[in-house]
Design a protein around this ligand. Structure first.
Ligand code: SF4
Length: 198
Protein backbone atom coordinates (compact mmCIF):
# COMPACT_ATOMS: atom_id res chain seq x y z
CA UNK A 1 0.00 0.00 0.00
CA UNK A 2 1.36 3.42 -0.96
CA UNK A 3 1.96 6.16 1.60
CA UNK A 4 1.12 9.79 1.16
CA UNK A 5 2.58 12.51 3.33
CA UNK A 6 -0.41 12.38 5.71
CA UNK A 7 0.25 8.69 6.32
CA UNK A 8 3.93 9.35 6.91
CA UNK A 9 2.95 12.09 9.36
CA UNK A 10 0.71 9.65 11.25
CA UNK A 11 3.54 7.12 11.38
CA UNK A 12 5.99 9.76 12.62
CA UNK A 13 3.52 10.57 15.38
CA UNK A 14 3.48 6.87 16.36
CA UNK A 15 7.26 6.97 16.27
CA UNK A 16 7.26 9.78 18.83
CA UNK A 17 4.88 7.72 21.00
CA UNK A 18 7.41 4.88 20.95
CA UNK A 19 10.15 7.31 22.02
CA UNK A 20 7.92 8.62 24.84
CA UNK A 21 7.12 5.13 26.06
CA UNK A 22 10.83 4.30 26.23
CA UNK A 23 11.64 7.59 27.98
CA UNK A 24 8.97 6.96 30.62
CA UNK A 25 10.53 3.59 31.43
CA UNK A 26 14.14 4.77 31.24
CA UNK A 27 13.69 8.01 33.18
CA UNK A 28 14.08 6.32 36.55
CA UNK A 29 17.43 4.79 35.58
CA UNK A 30 18.51 8.02 33.93
CA UNK A 31 18.27 9.84 37.25
CA UNK A 32 21.71 8.34 37.82
CA UNK A 33 23.15 9.80 34.63
CA UNK A 34 26.25 11.95 34.50
CA UNK A 35 25.23 13.33 31.08
CA UNK A 36 24.62 17.03 30.68
CA UNK A 37 24.21 19.53 27.89
CA UNK A 38 27.59 20.46 26.43
CA UNK A 39 29.17 16.99 26.83
CA UNK A 40 28.71 15.56 23.34
CA UNK A 41 31.04 12.60 23.94
CA UNK A 42 28.66 10.11 22.26
CA UNK A 43 28.09 12.49 19.35
CA UNK A 44 31.81 12.69 18.65
CA UNK A 45 32.77 9.10 19.30
CA UNK A 46 29.73 7.34 17.85
CA UNK A 47 30.74 4.54 15.55
CA UNK A 48 27.35 4.27 13.93
CA UNK A 49 24.19 6.25 14.63
CA UNK A 50 21.62 3.78 13.35
CA UNK A 51 18.17 4.99 12.38
CA UNK A 52 15.17 3.60 10.52
CA UNK A 53 13.99 5.20 7.28
CA UNK A 54 10.98 6.58 9.17
CA UNK A 55 13.28 8.21 11.69
CA UNK A 56 15.09 9.63 8.66
CA UNK A 57 11.80 11.26 7.64
CA UNK A 58 11.36 12.79 11.08
CA UNK A 59 14.94 14.12 10.92
CA UNK A 60 14.40 15.54 7.44
CA UNK A 61 11.36 17.41 8.81
CA UNK A 62 13.43 18.75 11.69
CA UNK A 63 16.08 19.90 9.22
CA UNK A 64 13.48 21.70 7.11
CA UNK A 65 12.59 23.78 10.17
CA UNK A 66 16.19 25.05 10.51
CA UNK A 67 17.36 28.31 8.88
CA UNK A 68 18.25 27.87 5.18
CA UNK A 69 21.92 28.68 5.70
CA UNK A 70 22.15 25.95 8.31
CA UNK A 71 20.36 23.48 6.04
CA UNK A 72 22.93 24.19 3.34
CA UNK A 73 25.91 23.73 5.62
CA UNK A 74 24.37 20.53 6.99
CA UNK A 75 24.01 19.07 3.50
CA UNK A 76 27.72 19.78 2.97
CA UNK A 77 28.70 18.33 6.36
CA UNK A 78 26.76 15.14 5.67
CA UNK A 79 28.47 14.76 2.29
CA UNK A 80 31.85 15.25 3.96
CA UNK A 81 30.94 12.87 6.76
CA UNK A 82 30.10 10.17 4.23
CA UNK A 83 33.38 10.72 2.35
CA UNK A 84 35.42 10.49 5.56
CA UNK A 85 33.49 7.47 6.78
CA UNK A 86 34.23 5.70 3.49
CA UNK A 87 37.91 6.18 4.36
CA UNK A 88 37.34 4.77 7.85
CA UNK A 89 37.62 8.14 9.60
CA UNK A 90 35.03 8.76 12.33
CA UNK A 91 33.95 12.41 12.56
CA UNK A 92 31.52 14.11 14.97
CA UNK A 93 27.83 13.98 14.06
CA UNK A 94 27.00 16.86 11.69
CA UNK A 95 24.17 17.90 14.04
CA UNK A 96 26.60 18.61 16.87
CA UNK A 97 27.07 22.36 17.32
CA UNK A 98 30.21 24.19 18.47
CA UNK A 99 28.81 24.38 22.00
CA UNK A 100 28.48 20.56 21.95
CA UNK A 101 24.66 20.71 21.93
CA UNK A 102 22.48 18.90 19.41
CA UNK A 103 20.85 20.96 16.66
CA UNK A 104 17.82 18.65 16.52
CA UNK A 105 17.72 17.56 20.16
CA UNK A 106 13.91 17.17 20.39
CA UNK A 107 13.91 15.14 17.18
CA UNK A 108 17.14 13.18 17.68
CA UNK A 109 16.89 9.51 16.73
CA UNK A 110 16.46 6.61 19.10
CA UNK A 111 20.17 5.65 18.88
CA UNK A 112 20.92 8.91 20.69
CA UNK A 113 18.00 8.64 23.13
CA UNK A 114 18.96 5.23 24.42
CA UNK A 115 22.53 6.15 25.35
CA UNK A 116 23.35 7.74 28.66
CA UNK A 117 26.06 7.07 31.19
CA UNK A 118 26.34 6.78 34.91
CA UNK A 119 29.83 8.34 34.74
CA UNK A 120 31.54 11.07 32.72
CA UNK A 121 32.87 9.22 29.66
CA UNK A 122 36.35 9.04 28.20
CA UNK A 123 37.72 6.82 25.43
CA UNK A 124 39.04 4.46 28.09
CA UNK A 125 35.77 4.58 30.00
CA UNK A 126 32.89 4.55 27.48
CA UNK A 127 29.17 5.01 28.36
CA UNK A 128 27.63 2.68 30.92
CA UNK A 129 23.91 1.92 30.55
CA UNK A 130 21.83 -0.16 32.97
CA UNK A 131 20.93 -3.69 31.85
CA UNK A 132 17.21 -2.89 32.16
CA UNK A 133 17.52 0.12 29.85
CA UNK A 134 19.50 -2.00 27.39
CA UNK A 135 16.71 -4.61 27.38
CA UNK A 136 14.03 -1.93 26.92
CA UNK A 137 16.09 -0.41 24.10
CA UNK A 138 16.18 -3.76 22.27
CA UNK A 139 12.37 -4.00 22.42
CA UNK A 140 12.06 -0.38 21.32
CA UNK A 141 14.29 -0.95 18.28
CA UNK A 142 12.06 -3.90 17.35
CA UNK A 143 8.97 -1.68 17.65
CA UNK A 144 10.63 1.00 15.50
CA UNK A 145 11.48 -1.54 12.82
CA UNK A 146 7.95 -2.99 12.93
CA UNK A 147 6.48 0.47 12.45
CA UNK A 148 8.74 0.89 9.42
CA UNK A 149 8.28 -2.60 7.99
CA UNK A 150 8.77 -1.55 4.36
CA UNK A 151 11.89 0.41 5.26
CA UNK A 152 15.49 -0.05 6.23
CA UNK A 153 17.86 0.69 9.09
CA UNK A 154 21.43 1.90 9.02
CA UNK A 155 23.80 4.74 9.85
CA UNK A 156 22.01 8.12 9.79
CA UNK A 157 24.04 9.69 6.94
CA UNK A 158 23.39 6.72 4.68
CA UNK A 159 19.65 6.60 5.41
CA UNK A 160 19.37 10.36 4.82
CA UNK A 161 21.31 9.91 1.59
CA UNK A 162 18.89 7.16 0.50
CA UNK A 163 15.89 9.38 1.26
CA UNK A 164 17.43 12.14 -0.85
CA UNK A 165 17.62 9.76 -3.81
CA UNK A 166 14.41 10.21 -5.86
CA UNK A 167 14.18 6.55 -7.00
CA UNK A 168 14.52 5.23 -3.48
CA UNK A 169 12.15 7.81 -2.02
CA UNK A 170 9.58 6.94 -4.68
CA UNK A 171 9.78 3.22 -3.88
CA UNK A 172 9.55 3.94 -0.16
CA UNK A 173 6.51 6.19 -0.58
CA UNK A 174 4.84 3.52 -2.69
CA UNK A 175 5.09 1.32 0.40
CA UNK A 176 7.25 -1.15 -1.46
CA UNK A 177 10.30 -2.93 -0.18
CA UNK A 178 12.70 -3.56 -3.05
CA UNK A 179 16.04 -4.54 -1.54
CA UNK A 180 17.37 -5.23 -5.05
CA UNK A 181 17.20 -1.48 -5.75
CA UNK A 182 19.68 -0.72 -3.02
CA UNK A 183 21.54 -4.01 -3.02
CA UNK A 184 24.98 -2.64 -3.94
CA UNK A 185 24.73 0.41 -1.68
CA UNK A 186 23.01 -1.55 1.10
CA UNK A 187 25.60 -4.31 1.21
CA UNK A 188 28.52 -1.92 1.22
CA UNK A 189 27.01 0.28 3.94
CA UNK A 190 25.54 -2.32 6.30
CA UNK A 191 21.92 -1.33 5.61
CA UNK A 192 19.43 -3.71 7.21
CA UNK A 193 16.01 -4.63 5.76
CA UNK A 194 13.58 -4.05 8.63
CA UNK A 195 11.20 -6.84 7.71
CA UNK A 196 14.05 -9.36 7.75
CA UNK A 197 14.83 -8.67 11.40
CA UNK A 198 11.42 -8.37 13.09
S1 SF4 B 1 21.72 13.61 16.38
FE1 SF4 B 1 22.20 15.01 18.09
S2 SF4 B 1 22.31 13.66 19.90
FE2 SF4 B 1 22.48 12.35 18.09
S3 SF4 B 1 24.69 12.08 17.70
FE3 SF4 B 1 23.96 13.83 16.46
S4 SF4 B 1 24.34 15.64 17.72
FE4 SF4 B 1 24.41 13.86 19.07
Amino acid sequence: MGMNLEMIKAKVSKLKDIYRKFDQKANEAKKEQACEKGCGFCCKEAGSIDITTLEGFAIRDAMKALPRSRQKSLTKSFQQEIKKREKGIVVPCPFLMKNNACMIYEDRPFSCRRIYSTHVCTRQNPPMVSRQVMEDAKLTIKALQELDITGYSGHMSYILYMLSTPEFLDTYLKGECKPEEIMVFGKAHKIIINKMVV
